[in-house]
Ligand binder design. Sequence first.
Ligand code: LLP
Length: 436
Amino acid sequence: MKFLGNDMITLEDGVLKIDGYDARELAERYGTPLYVMSESQIVRNYRAYEDAFREYEKKTGKDFILCYAYKANANLAITRLLSKLGGGADVVSGGELYIARLSKVPPEKIVFNGNCKTEEEIVMGIENNIRAFNVDSISELILINRIANEMGAVANVAFRINPDVDPKTHPKIATGLKKSKFGLDVQSGMAMKAVKMALEMDNVKVVGVHCHIGSQLTDLSPFEEETRKVMDFVVELEREGIKIEDVNLGGGLGIPYHKDREVPTPYQLAEVIINTMMEYQDKVDLPNLLLEPGRSIVGTAGVLLAKVHHIKETPYGKWVMIDAGMNDMMRPAIYDAYHEIVPCVFREEREVVNIAGGLCESSDVFGRDRNIPKVKVGDILAILDVGAYGISMANNYNGRGRPRMVLTSEKGVYIIRERETYGDLIAKDIVPGYLL
Ligand code: LLP
């Protein structure tokens, strides 16, 4: 049996294996809930982009740089692995920039996103001489210029434009519609105004144009529309005598959360983007190409293992209660996201069940009316495709520590994040003296 997108998962004699390791044994040895990240899958996902977009370098002589979006999963082992593979970083906070530097990402491969960068974060970006701040507003541009001036530096800036493209994804993860909070509107001339302002400033250097339209995109046409809108803007800038070195096309390729629905591959994405870029070769000197994927690099590489503690039959259905909860993985609770859930031992008999975590929230449900092989108390369930926006969005709600995380690799299994303890839950709390 094959799991679409999860090449690291195999089913051998009815037993689920991750990179060849028996999932039940991993759960037994490292405890549950447990995030398992597959090194081989991350490497495959990363290399697919590198292979696919190398064509752009060949055709144009310009660089392709993959800036991995840290928000998807900023565990230090994962970010270090990607940095070792040659990946850059898309960071959205001082914290993520700190992790990128610890992961030894060269500064010329770091871009800084976000619509509310603070002074402290801007100082940090300038100190690290990053490739670009993706500027989200005129107010931010003015602040970057002022801070760079105080520091006697010149900051590289790219402009995040709002192209008004419908990404055809979940509304909560669409980022480039005109009413979205992100970016500088192109149509009204705001983006052009910002670039022209920057040219008058002494302490910023205009290097690029950036765009991001949304996440979990499973249709390639929005990418084509985005590329055209960005390149049309680049042409407009060139007409004004402004040369752009980098174009950063955000918008995250989707992954096959539903195992019966294929999604486009990085190769298909590359074809669309490169062909569209090439249409502009006679109009402008083509720029370096940056992409900032997160989900499609790590999403399929992660599995959340959880133990069944109780099974409850009600007149309205059967509930399987597991020890992972919405605090460990929020996507189903907040986006109604679908994740495949399979037992680690496939019994012949099947049944329809609801699968829930143990938090005091009705939305703490991982799956409803799932037809899965029959499970018993003590069994281990695997929630698939949780490598992106799983641990990175996990929290301590209901007094629960975040789970442990392991990395399966050819060299063995490594703990890459320790399970949080009760002590961790209160580590930052302070009780005023008069209450002692
Ligand atoms: N760059 C920017 C500026 C972004 O806003 C995002 C995602 C990315 C890159 C990475 O996109 P990806 O390749 O991962 O699609 N928590 C949500 C996803 C929010 C994504 C927001 N921005 C989820 O669990 O689906």
